[in-house]
Design a protein around this ligand. Structure first.
Ligand code: NAP
Ligand code: MG
Length: 473
């Protein structure tokens, strides 16, 4: 059967067909994007049952056959790339260009292919004549995949691709505010995958997500979202000792040392903080700058930031979009207003148009702010960067480490050895040198402290969706 590849045909595959549904509104314009189904616990039960029934057959395929399936799924995402990017832009808000919708769809392809290509051979542990022991990686069974709304297609792929590669089947639950994106990426994968290997169930996290996390037939939950919901999932999974990978909240610190060239680092600092309009778990969210370069760093950041266009995602040229939902918009409004009231300086932005239809919050830079202001210590998840002045690097390290979060961090310096030495003292799952937030499908990613546990990507990521089995003799 030939497939008609268009935005309309993509939407037709995933739209709700009955009244059990909710309106999806474009966060930039308020226009209706479509209607997403709201499923119930019976639908979840049926999906889990089908995934369970399909799992032994999927696991019985050779590793090579599953790798071929993942490549065919990646080919399908490439064919559907433009309709997927358009939907993502309309529903999530992110622009088509820049590090946005087309980039996210490209990431889906890259991570599918990496999950297909990463070797995970049997490991010989001991072979000394007296003892022979090897480690093999078996499927766990059915994986539940729960995603947030900020990178709704790519994060779904991060969870789905390694799970399938290792012989598990998957039941996925998207965030409700980006249901269509979650349904669409799965629908495209399912143009080539065998039946029931991947199913999406939509509905509220507090019922569908909770039931998925506490279900005895689910062997592993891959969760990306807030620390608060992460805790609820730990509790829900306790009875079944369900395996968990938890990618939780972040409030990443960046430390700028006195030896930087402020003009040269401005672009990297900007995108480290403002990628996806700040709605990125591992975005730079608090910037500590040495007193001797503080004014120059701020000046260069203002100049770069003011040149980056924000607007409706489907209008070419925009590189920043609206916040995805009103709740997030209100969080940013409240935090910046409180910072301003406390005496911090708003040197760019900070003046949203509350009457506008779209959830646009302008690019905002906040200086001379108390290191313990809420805008610094809480995860604001939006386009407002607090820039904190320090005079002793020990103080900056202490401030960077004092929060419960520990996802990413960065050190900015022209002295690599010095930067590396500081990096080793930061409590974070990843520390970048002279950049922030870049991810690679072969480089493990995950949080320290309350930013979660477990690692995704690369060999570590494949092991995380497997049951390690030792064979002795
Ligand atoms: P969220 O509120 O924690 O929701 C995440 C997902 O969990 C959604 O699908 C949600 O469904 C579901 N959920 C809600 N309650 C649940 C429950 N009791 N049991 C099971 N699932 C439940 O997070 P968000 O607001 O979508 O995303 C923003 C957060 O994600 C931020 O904290 C950000 O830092 C974090 N994040 C972390 C990473 C990382 O890699 N570490 C990456 C991206 C985002 P509903 O939408 O239906 O409520
Ligand atoms: Mg939420």
């Amino acid at each position: 059967m030939s497939e008609t590849i268009s935005y309309e045909s993509l939407l037709a595959r995933i739209q709700a067909r009955d009244e059990h549904s909710h309106d999806v509104l474009d966060p930039a314009t308020g226009d209706l994007v479509g209607r997403a189904p709201v499923q119930d616990l019976d639908a979840l039960e049926r999906a889990i049952e089908r995934a369970r029934a399909a799992q032994p057959g999927w696991a019985a395929l050779t590793d090579q056959a599953r790798r071929d399936h993942l490549h065919r799924a990646a080919d399908a995402v490439e064919r559907w790339a433009e309709p997927l990017a358009e939907l993502l832009s309309r529903e999530q808000g992110k622009p088509l260009d820049g590090l946005n919708a087309r980039f996210e769809v490209g990431g889906c392809v890259a991570w599918l292919r990496a999950a297909a290509e990463t070797p995970l051979p049997t490991e010989v542990l001991v072979d000394d004549g007296a003892t022979y022991a090897e480690m093999q990686y078996r499927p766990i069974g059915v994986v539940g995949a729960i995603t947030p709304w900020n990178w709704p297609m790519m994060i779904a792929i991060w969870q789905i691709a390694p799970s399938l590669r290792m012989g598990n089947t998957v039941v996925a639950k998207p965030a409700q505010s980006t249901d269509l994106s979650g349904l669409a990426i799965a629908a495209v994968l399912n143009t080539t995958l065998p039946a029931d290997v991947l199913t999406v169930v939509t509905g509220p996290g507090r019922s569908i997500g909770q039931a998925l996390s506490s279900h005895p037939s689910i062997g592993k939950i891959m969760f990306t979202g807030s620390t608060e919901v992460g805790r609820q999932i730990i509790e829900a999974s306790a009875d079944n000792i369900t395996r968990l990978t938890l990618e939780l909240g972040g409030n990443d610190a960046g430390i700028v040392l006195p030896d930087v060239d402020p003009a040269a680092i401005a672009e990297g600092l900007f995108w480290g903080a403002f990628i996806n309009t700040g709605q990125t778990c591992a975005a730079l969210k608090r910037l500590y700058v040495h007193d001797s370069v503080y004014d120059a760093v701020v000046e260069n950041l203002i100049a770069f930031a003011a040149s980056v266009p924000m607007g409706i995602g489907l209008q070419e040229g925009n590189l920043l979009g609206p916040l995805q939902n009103r709740k997030q918009y209100e969080t940013v409004v409240a935090l910046v207003a409180a910072a301003k009231e406390s005496g911090a300086q708003i040197v760019l932005g900070g003046d949203p148009d509350d009457a506008a239809v779209g959830h646009f919050y302008p690019t905002t830079l906040v200086t001379d702010i108390d290191p313990h202001n809420a805008l610094v210590v809480e995860e604001q998840f939006g386009p407002a960067l607090p820039i904190i002045r320090y005079s002793e690097v020990e103080e900056a390290i202490r401030l960077a480490n004092e929060l419960d979060f520990g996802l990413g961090a960065s050190v900015w310096s022209s002295d690599r050895a010095k930067a590396q030495q500081i990096a080793g003292r930061l409590e974070a799952g990843t520390v970048w040198l002279n950049s922030h937030g870049g991810l690679h499908p072969m480089v493990p990613f995950g949080g320290a402290k309350q930013s979660g546990y477990g690692r995704e990507f690369g060999v570590e990521g494949l092991k995380a969706v497997s049951e390690a089995q030792v064979i002795v003799g």
